[in-house]
Design a protein around this ligand. Sequence first.
Ligand code: NAD
Length: 292
Amino acid sequence: TLPKVAWIGLGIMGSPMAENLIKAGYSVTGFTLEQEKLDRLAANGGTVASSIADAVRGADVVITMVPASPQVEAIAYGEDGILENARQGALLIDMSSITPQTSIDLAEAGREKGIRVLDAPVSGGEAGAVEAVLSIMVGGEQADFDQARPVFDALGRTIVLCGPHGAGQTVKAANQLIVAVNIQACAEAVVFLEKSGVDLNAALDVLAGGLAGSTVLARKKDNFINREFAPGFRIDLHHKDMGIVTDAARNVGAALPVGAVVAQLVASLRAQGDGGLDHSALLRGVERLSGR
Ligand code: NAD
């Protein structure tokens, strides 16, 4: 029989991911802060828990998908939390994007409680979550990865054990660096093309077929053309991720000159009140710098 899953954090990513597990036949008990997301889980065949403790008791696998390190720590270490209430031998898979060090510390704390831990952040956005085609970058032990593999297969398509605890988060930090720089480059090209009077739709189509093509360009094309910035992936979260990658790079002595500039541009958007918009709104920053 399939393992019983507890799912903590049913946001833009967590809701469709949990639903994909239910579709694959898993019994999923969920907890999150918004009542409307709990109602959605129930409507899709999940069980609603009244607390984290209630969700994780009796679960074989606990999955967390929350915004950042402080939420993961609160959920894991609190009195009502996972480490106090999950059974010995349970597997905790944190799929949030957090600092590598938080993942390393969580694995150590789990070991003391007899709870195995994997860091397994994802890339592919809301569409990737809905379509179950996420890239899943995992850190931890091979045996735990092997045990989690069927769960990952129900959520994603490219699933790789990257190394020990924290390695999944390090790869995800690199992912966020590449995505932010790519969006910024596309946004600069969009403003340049429009100001030059070139048809944007035609230009982006032909660019997508050459070396300039990217998943960012394909997925964000309509956002750019229509100035449609409903998230998606919020600027606030990408700001968090640019902090993670710049800190981690400094720790190992890797230079990120372009990444550091893009981190500033993300921070600037937030400061101007755009933190709740999709990260394709980097286009707004370029427009402001270009005088429109
Ligand atoms: P979100 O804000 O939509 O969802 C976060 C969820 O966590 C919310 O439902 C909230 O209720 C829940 N939560 C927060 N604190 C909680 C607590 N103490 N107890 C229980 N639930 C709690 O965020 P999201 O876009 O789904 O992102 C989640 C994670 O995935 C983040 O780390 C993000 O960086 C990462 N991520 C997001 C995307 C994307 O495109 N949105 C893509 C890849 C990775």
